[in-house]
Write a protein that binds this ligand. Sequence first.
Ligand SMILES: [Fe+2]
Length: 507
Amino acid sequence: MHTDLCINRKCNDLTLLLGSECSLFCPVLPQAESFLLSKFGEQSHAVTSAIMEAARNDCPAIHEAGVDCYYAIPLEEKTPCNWFGIGQIRSVPLTIARTLISVAWEAMRREATNRELNEALHVAEKEIKYVRNTAGLLRDLNNKHSKRSTQGNYNSRQAIDAARKFLHAESVAAYIEADADIQKTTLTSTVSSASKLTIEDIGFLLKKVGKPAIGESLNLRNLRIRINKVRVKSLDVVPISESETLGYLVAVNAQLQPEYLHARTEILQDIGDFLIADGHTNAVMIESEQLALGILRSMSTAIEARDPYTHGHSERVAQVGVKIARRLGLPESSCQEIYLAGTLHDIGKIGIPDAVLLKPDRLTQEEYSVIQQHPEIGFKIIDGLGKLRFALPGILYHHERFDGKGYPHRLKGEEIPLMARILAVADAYDAMTRSRVYRTAMSREDTCRILREGRNIQWDAKAVDACLAWMSESDIRDEELPFDTLPASVIDSQTSATHQTYQPASI
Ligand SMILES: [Fe+2]
């Protein structure tokens, strides 16, 4: 006999309310008549009459037979009603039995309504909890906006990892369509950490199950797809979209319970919206960084244009700095910072008068003091540009000496930031190997000798050794120096800076 949970519960409620057994009964079942006979014997006709009356009027009916009363109570709120609660009330006058049944029926209905409300409340509580958690998650992700890096897809990874945790999913992935306009959003395909599925697997799954349109979602259960040893049993897919679909957010084998489905799908949609917003912000940040960098490089170019003898100096210092940094085993992110700091290291010379900067004769002490201000002028220029602050140590300290006799702060040894120690060697290398108005370029041998003699006196020995190692390994010519590892997001590789420098103090 198949009955739903709600009807069973109503029948149980009646048993409790009436204090005697209330039986479930469906008149259209084949065994209905034999059931009545076995249960009520010769009084089954009274039960049958009660059932017929209850079915006709959609309300409880009661019939008296002998000293007992027999009742039928509809358990479904629909017409025709298929299920009834039936039973016997012993040795009670009909009027009292009628009142008892009426009260029990009302109580049963109230109980059922309360139960439905409680269940709805329970679901609402869960929904609220999920919404609150999602709001917390999004707030947390948004807070990290201000601290984030535009490198890679760190924020996307954080967001989909959080979604995986919320959904108890095996994998969550952002699958970005190959032809999506990512120029404005910087969105990239990303799979959550520790996923056994690759982004190609996610693409395969999407091709197999189809892709939802904007505003829709796919919530598929009982799947039997096997891919890369992963048995895909469920998929939840929402589009990542604004005016057009850019990709899809996919949750694989999320442990969903039916009543939570709505809130959980919303989590995916919220994460998709976050990815779009985050991508836009990244794009704007990259654009503004490129703009700021472009302006600064133009300033450097303008400085170097004042003196043809130092044409391209800053760019070469930047690239030699990277060669040294790599040989010192620094991570690529540090090499990238050294490169940018190198291109900007003499930016402060914009504040030095031509009469001093371009003076072909020997500088007076007063003029030399003026030119020594350029690291601090450069510091003030770049300090106002938050995103380029990483370059400040290189700009401010590239004229410090290892023995403490440099400027502007006479720092000594490893008090001098490594970036500046590296750029000091690169600066000296370029100054020595290029012709000046007052002398021709030094030979490689002389350059090596001077660098070697200046180990731990003017320059950090480790940086000098790394420079010497690079020089010994390379047949150094300008065309071998191009920096080819910077991401396009940070630097415009087409820009060719031309810079000017003056001869380092000790050379
Ligand atoms: Fe300088």
